[in-house]
Design a protein around this ligand. Structure first.
Ligand code: ADP
Ligand code: MG
Length: 307
């Protein structure tokens, strides 16, 4: 045996630290096993918030979009059927101001005239949707982007005359989503809907995520946002609830503790759970791999809504 052959046959020395790390990895995988089995073949609707999407400026930080994409691909790889719905409020606001157009808000809702609708549709369908699809498809030919207008996924109706082209969901036709999911693909949905005449409307992405979870009879509905979870009192971080029954949710809504962008999430969680979605979650999308932590470990993160 030559010296090189002998060297090759000697097993590499494993340091204690490496051994501990390997054991840790193994135990993480073992911990994930029951969750992987439980969620195999189940639809999970994930709403990715426009705020969570905002790229952090720190050069050495993890790119939140890339980390989100990894999580979604991993979910798919272990047999879950993720459906992504995204927002984009801050991104719409950015282009509006770049174009020198004033945004008017009424009760926290963007007043949407014809120009604003055009801008919202361009940003959501043409930019945010594309960014998410590309980030996922770095890992393989998986994501297919669509707008609620595609294959009549979302039929919309005007929410209120004062708000212009802001819509409510009046009907969901999940056929195309079911086909894509059955093909092993990951649909990524921009929340523009159209009415019967073809008029487009911008629809709140939380509301759409809830409606899709309901229609698809999803196992889970998950909101990734920019706060650690649902608080009983909006501006008091010590009041975060980790588990909320529908009763508790009703109580918090009645107490007036939920404001602005949290309201449509909580309403969507409550509606979806009432309609048979097993669990709904509000998670901190700023935490790297929040989705994996919630789905595959014993330590839940954020708020879980259950019947
Ligand atoms: P997204 O882009 O994820 O939809 P939003 O800004 O629309 O984000 O909604 C999340 C925000 O809701 C939080 O950052 C927080 O400021 C606000 N909020 C209002 N009431 C509550 C509450 N009770 N608990 C937690 N957050 C709340
Ligand atoms: Mg919002």
């Amino acid at each position: 045996m030559s010296a090189t052959e002998r060297a090759a046959s000697v097993p590499p020395r494993v340091t204690r630290a490496q051994k501990a790390a390997a054991e840790n990895t193994a135990s993480v995988l073992v911990e994930a096993l029951p969750y992987i089995r439980r969620f195999w073949g189940k639809i999970v609707v994930v709403k990715y918030g426009g705020n969570a999407l905002h790229k952090s400026d720190g050069a050495d930080e993890v790119d939140p979009l890339a980390s989100f994409a990894q999580d979604v691909v991993l979910m798919r790889a272990v047999g879950m059927l993720p459906v992504v719905v995204h927002g984009g409020g801050p991104q719409i606001g950015e282009l509006m101001s770049r174009l020198g157009k004033e945004t008017e808000f009424r009760n926290g809702l963007r007043v949407t005239d014809a120009d604003t609708l055009d801008i919202a549709r361009m940003v959501l369908v043409g930019k945010v949707n594309r960014d998410i699809v590309s980030a996922i498809n770095v890992h393989g030919p998986l994501a297919v982007g669509m707008s609620g207008e595609d294959a009549n996924l979302i039929t919309a109706a005007q929410a209120h005359v004062d708000l212009g082209f802001v819509g409510n969901v009046s009907l969901v036709d999940p056929t195309m989503l079911q086909r894509l999911v059955a093909e092993g693909l990951i649909p990524v949905v921009a929340t523009i809907g159209a009415d019967e005449s073809g008029q487009a409307y911008n629809i709140n992405a939380d509301t759409v995520a809830g409606a899709l979870a309901e229609e698809l009879k999803a196992e889970k509905l998950i909101f990734l946002t920019d706060i650690e979870g649902l608080r009983v009192v909006a501006d008091d971080p010590s009041t975060v609830v980790h588990q909320a029954s529908l009763e508790l949710i009703d109580e918090i809504i009645r107490s007036g503790g939920i404001q602005g962008g949290m309201m449509p999430k909580v309403e969507a969680c409550a509606r979806a759970v009432r309609a048979g979605v097993t669990r709904a979650h509000i998670l901190d999308g700023r935490v790297p791999h929040a989705l994996l932590l919630e789905l595959f470990t014993d330590s839940g993160v954020g708020t879980m809504v259950l019947p």
